[in-house]
Structures are given as structure tokens and as C-alpha cells.
Design a protein around this ligand. Sequence first.
Ligand SMILES: Cc1ncc(C[n+]2csc(CCOP(=O)(O)OP(=O)(O)O)c2C)c(N)n1
Length: 531
Amino acid sequence: MATVRDTTYDLLRGLGLTTVFGNPGSTEEPFLRDFPADFRYVHALQEASAMSMADGYAQATGCPAHVNLHTAPGTGNGMGNLVTAWHNKTPLIVTAGQQTRQMLLIEPRLASRRAAELAQPYVKWAHEPARAQDIPAAFMRAYATAVQPPAGPVFLSLPMDDWDQPADPPPHVRTVATRFAPDPDRLRGFAATLAASRAPVLVLGAAVDRADAWPAAVALAERLAAPVWAAPAPERAVFPEDHPQFRGVLPYAIGPLAEALRGHDTVLVVGAPVFRYYPHVPGDYLPAEARLLHVTDDPDEAARAPVGESLLGDAGLALTGLLELVPSADRPAPSAHAVPEPSATTSPPTADALFAELARHWPADGVLVQESPSNLAALRRRLRISRPRSYFTMASGGLGFGLPAAVGIALAERDTGRGRPVVAVIGDGSFHYSVQALWTGAQLRLPLAVVVPVNQQYAILKAFAELKHTPGVPALDLPGLDVTAIARGYGCAAEVVESLDGLGAALDTALTADRPTVLPVSISTEVPRIL
Ligand SMILES: Cc1ncc(C[n+]2csc(CCOP(=O)(O)OP(=O)(O)O)c2C)c(N)n1
């Protein structure tokens, strides 16, 4: 007779979920025992790394991923990066073992108290099945919940004595739609507003990249002869950044953002929140004369927008729908803005000079994973992303995503056969939040290049302290860290890049290696302004 375990593995096969990212514990062993040969376990040394490896893998493959965590303490370790997966809108099925049902009443060691509450509010659904026999169908429901818009993580708590129980008949392997079209009447209204607009502007968010909608975005921007901004703090690139109509990333503060949009009468926001702000700089949300039209697949995002008219729908379907409705604008397209020359050579170099050199050696089909807080503006200014699905960072503001996500993305590049080179740029502070991911990358023999701008400080926090007039904050300097030794300790190659002249060769070697290579580069300690 089939057990709950047999039926669950069959269902996971049926859903294509044969990779499990995780870190095992006693409460997971009954699920993992006799691990089937057609499954693969991607071993992370800590749950935070498991979570973001799965997040990166899911984003890069475009399919949901399964993360199996240890009971309450393991779930706790994964929590920071679960917050990030939630903001990233990544479909993850997060499972965690639970102590034996027979002892739960007396709370043995490793019992997860109120397990389904632990992951909330950063999951779309959290559940501990009432009966062992409900586990397979709970996986099916978890899958359907995770992938439907807005996509996101879900959580199942699975008692360890359930797996050997006799199963009910297997649940149906179901499919659900992962996008929905906007209300046609309201879309026509949006199109009419855009057509009548004197100076429209497009603001695009990560959902445009997730929907593979760059071509529609370009076509609409050209049709409207409108400039294009990326919405503030974007977790993906949303538009070819070498296109003459691309203006850059909007500032993530209320007043400065409105200032950047001055002169426009219609602001079309597609696939982003309105807006993702960070430091509080008061002001009007929009220039006085501007009207905002907002397309999102997330009702919560639509509800919390402080201004504008919202319309629920998939970013790609909305853009192609508008393209059918909007006539060509009778005005010249905006021309490209000049990018300032890299700063003069200094020793150590500025971040700007480092990224200018990185851009010179950038592989045409390269994928950039970024977690370099204070130098982000310089990186994005120098390294223009010109292809879809080529740029990943966290939507949450939580550090610890970049390094494991880069490992997951490099694995996805190998699994899908695309084989695009993956380069992570990770600050010397950010490097340490999920540093164990390096070991997984080494074990998987992934040719990942990790460039670490070393400024021996939390520069962005110094910039924030200056903006907010909070002098005397402790713990903003990072002396005595040996990034190279740490990387080697996890089985990676590592080489300090002493001069920018050596960066290109170091990058070439790293991208053909049989393991990750960590490349620390000293940069000047100048603190860039936060806005
Ligand atoms: C999980 C988490 N802990 C702490 C922070 C606060 N924080 C934001 S940026 C930052 C420093 C990052 O330092 P580094 O990677 O060296 O980049 P830099 O600012 O120097 O460019 C810290 C500690 C955070 N965002 N997330």
C-alpha cells in the first residue's frame, strides 16, 4: 500500500519539483530517507542560504522551487530571506519538519510551536495538515497558491511521523494560470488618457521582466515617444538600459521622485508598487499636474498606492493590450542622456572606476547579481543591462540574498543549458550574511565570479546617518576581514585584484573555472550620497 511519502514524491515528480534546496535535521529525515535517485538535494550549510538559492533558481528558471527547512530553528534561520522571497514575488514551496504528532501536546525538543504562524506574514499560505493523508493534496494546494498572481512563497509544516502512514488516493496534478488580463474597459480608459497626454512617462517594475515583456515595453515607449524610468529600487532590470529613451532608476524617496517626474502629465506605472520608498524625504507624491495610471497583478499593491488609478492585470498582457489601443504620438522621441566620464584614476580606485572596468570586460550575455548597497548607483550607471532576465537583486532591503541567489542562478543557467556567465557584485559587508552559499557553489562546481568591492565599512549606513543627522552610530566599520581566506575555506578560488588592469583576465579565468571565484577589489572609502 502506498504511503504518504510515496504519494508525495509522486506528486512532486508530477509537478517537476525534483530539486530540493535545504538543510536537513532529524525532523526532516523521515521525508528524506532513501532519497529517490531521480531527485536532487542541493545542500546549503544554513537555511538562509537554502532559501535564497531556491529563490534565485526559481527566478532564473521561471518555475517554482521547493525549500525544505529544519523545524522552528531552521525556519527561523531562513526567515530573513523568506521576507526577501515575499517581496521578490518568487513562488517557493517552503516546507519544514515538525516533531511527532504523538508528542506535540507535551512540546518535545524541536517541536515547532504554532508552526503555521512562524512564517507569517511573509507567506501567501501557511498550513500544518490536520491529517497525515492530507500532505500530498496540501502540496498541490501550496503549488497552486505559490504560482498564481501575485506569486510568492507558501509554507507547510510536516510532522515527522506522517510519512509512513497509509496514503489516500493520490491528488490530481492540477494546473493553474499564472497571469490574468486587465479589465478591457478600464484598459481602454488608460489608453485614451495616454493618447490624449501631452508628455507621458513610463515607469516600469520587475513584473515586466518576470512577464518577458521587454519587447512590448519598448514598443509602447516608442509608440508614445515617452521616456522610461525603472521604478525605485528595482529587483530586476525592466528595459534595455542602452535604449535612448531610458532615463535610469527613479529615486526611492517621495520628494525627489516627484521632482524627477516633473513636466509629465501622465505617469504610467506597470509592474511595480507605487512606489518603493526608503528614506523619508517628505513632499508631494507626484508633480501637481500629473495623473498616475497603475497596472499591477497584486491587489495589495493596488490598494496601498497613495495616488493614482489602479488596474489589476499581468504586466505583459497590459503592455500588449495598450499597444493595440494607443496611436503613435506626434512628437519627437526623447534623446539619450550622456553618461559622465568615469572619475579620475585614484588608488585605491573609486567604485565608479571599478564598475567602468567591469563594464569594459562584461560578457555580452552576462547575468549580474547585485548586493552592493552604497555603490549601487555607480554600478547601474556603468553597467547597462541590455538583455532581459539578466539582473537580479533583492526587493526587500534585506542583506543575504545576493550570494546564495547567484549560486541558484548559476545552477539554473547550467540546468537549463543556457550557460550564461553569472557575475555577482557583493559588498564586503553584504558578503557575510549568507556566506556559506560559497560552499554549495564549490560543491556544485559552478563557474560563478564574485566581485567584492572592499571598502571595509557599511558605507550606506554612514550615508543614511548623514542624511538623517544621526552621528555616532557604532559598528559601521569592518576591519580585519579576510575575504580571500573565507572563500578558500569554503572551497572556492580567490584572488585579490590588486590593480584594475588585472580585472578582465581575472574575470575570464573565473568564468571558465570549475568552482566559484571570489575577487576582492579594494575601493576608496569615499561615502557616496544616498540620494
Ligand atoms: C539582514 C540585514 N541586516 C542588516 C542590514 C542593514 N544594512 C544595510 S546596508 C548594510 C551595509 C552593507 O555593507 P556593504 O555590503 O559593505 O556595502 P556598502 O554599504 O559599504 O556599499 C547594512 C548592515 C540589512 N539591510 N539587512
